[in-house]
Design a protein. Structure first.
Length: 225
């Protein structure tokens, strides 16, 4: 069965520009959810991508929904592909990568395998996936879905969610969360140079971070029991 839902509204560029300033690892200091399995790795290192999630389900060897989705994708969208656990078939290769690049897709996140990874580099298309396979999917148009809730690396992704991906990892959140993430994350990043300067001045990390005081407080509480 095939299901196709309307394309979600694209997230305002001002919000995406704010999210792009925050490292996924910075968010990892104050949030526990929304992080895709780190086994989903970038094909091209050193790139950061932000965009609106367009979600695709492609089951087993039927990959016809991916080229269909690319026919509707808008510049700046991020294709998030749920392979429903298939780890045998590559769901996209060089031809699909070029189609995605021409469509203006900002990046592709695959919870599964791909092929022709060297062509992703050649076309400068940022792709994250679990690895490479020679056995490819086929265009059967029997099963799949576009713009439905999907699972990607253990994270629930809704069409229209914000995707932030770089070499350090992939983070997904609702567009409504971006402002809060920016307000917490940016000051954390801005404090880091000062922390490094204090370390170079021989100040102890535990003193700077407060970890020493917290450990000593716990030890004191344990001693009173």
């Amino acid at each position: 069965m095939i299901r196709v839902n309307p394309m979600p509204p694209q997230i305002d560029k001002t919000l995406l520009d704010k999210l792009a300033q925050i490292d996924p690892v910075t968010i990892g200091h104050f949030r526990e959810w929304g992080f895709v399995d780190p086994a989903v790795r970038p094909v091209i290192a050193g790139r950061r991508v932000v965009g609106t999630a367009i979600t695709v389900i492609t089951a087993a060897l039927d990959t016809s929904m991916i080229p269909y989705a690319l026919g509707l994708a808008r510049p700046g969208d991020v294709l998030v592909i749920d392979r429903t656990g298939d780890m045998r078939h590559a769901c996209m290769g060089g031809v699909v990568a070029l189609a995605a690049k021409v469509a203006g897709v900002a990046g592709v996140i695959i919870d599964g395998l791909a092929c022709d990874l060297h062509e992703f580099v050649q076309y400068d298309l940022p792709v994250w996936c679990r690895g490479e396979a020679a056995l490819t999917g086929k265009s059967l148009a029997m099963d799949g879905a576009l713009n439905v809730p999907v699972a990607c690396g253990g994270v629930a992704v809704l069409p229209g969610d914000a995707v932030l991906a770089d070499t350090g990892g992939i983070y997904v959140c609702a567009a409504s969360d971006i402002e809060e993430i920016f307000q917490i994350g940016l000051p954390m990043q801005q404090r880091e140079p000062g922390t490094l300067a204090r370390l170079r001045a021989a100040e102890k990390l535990g003193s700077i971070s407060g970890a020493t005081a917290r450990v000593e407080a716990t030890l004191a509480a344990q001693g009173k029991k």
